[in-house]
Write a protein that binds this ligand. Structure first.
Ligand code: 5GP
Length: 205
């Protein structure tokens, strides 16, 4: 079957440089205490972002926590993927999730915001964990703790297209680069990295 979707290859260096350029704004406007990588595409970006945040803030190396979410099902025989109807949790923060997030500025990191369903799910569920944790505090303390607990999002690429879900209100949103509705081929998906990088440099031209 012919692959009808337009592909855009990105190299490790492209991603590294987009994160380098984005970090000063994130450090100034949000200054995260904790990074939450959405696996698998958010792992490499979160690790690189930690390097630049360390350089630009007075903080020690930030902790990176991981959650695993899956939306796309591979289509047999093609490199394209089709939209699944559900976000599936494959990994979460554990029973202490709310405790971990409470009182912190939590930055969710993923490689790409396509339909926004994954980010919507991640944020809604993490906020639920915070609300559950708040129940163990006296009512008088809850509002202050709730407002001290903040969430923001960083994605390397945001696709400019109609989104199928919205982020909860009050969420700061940072994107390394805005792109059209293309299929992005990431370097960690490539088996031949030299061939991938060659195509990525052609795509850039
Ligand atoms: P969303 O929930 O925003 O539709 O999709 C988010 C997830 O879908 C991403 O974390 C990623 O795993 C996958 N995805 C969406 N668009 C692309 C793309 O262009 N390239 C790749 N490699 N994965 C994508």
């Amino acid at each position: 079957m012919a692959d009808s979707v337009q592909h855009w290859r990105v190299s490790y260096n492209d991603i590294h440089n987009l994160i380098r350029k984005s970090t000063p704004t994130i450090a100034a406007q949000f200054n995260p205490d904790l990074l939450i990588a959405i696996g698998g595409g958010g792992f490499f970006p979160a690790r690189v972002m930690r390097t630049f945040l360390r350089e630009q803030t007075t903080k020690k190396a930030l902790q990176i926590q991981a959650i695993g979410l899956s939306l796309y099902e591979p289509v047999e025989g093609t490199s394209e993927e089709t939209l699944g109807s559900e976000v599936i949790r494959t990994q979460w923060l554990g029973p202490e999730s709310g405790k971990l997030l409470l009182g912190k500025r939590n930055l969710i990191v993923d490689e790409v915001d396509d339909t926004r369903k994954t980010l919507h799910y991640a944020l809604s569920e993490l906020k639920k964990d915070v609300e559950a944790e708040l129940l163990s505090y006296p009512e008088a303390e809850r509002d202050a703790l709730r407002s001290a607990t903040q969430f923001a999002v960083f994605v390397v690429h945001n696709k400019l297209k109609p989104k199928l879900a919205e982020l909860p209100s009050g969420i700061l949103y940072f994107a390394g680069e805005e792109v059209g509705d293309l299929w992005l081929d990431y370097p960690w998906e490539a088996t031949d990295i030299e061939a991938h990088d060659l195509l990525a440099s052609q795509d850039r031209k």
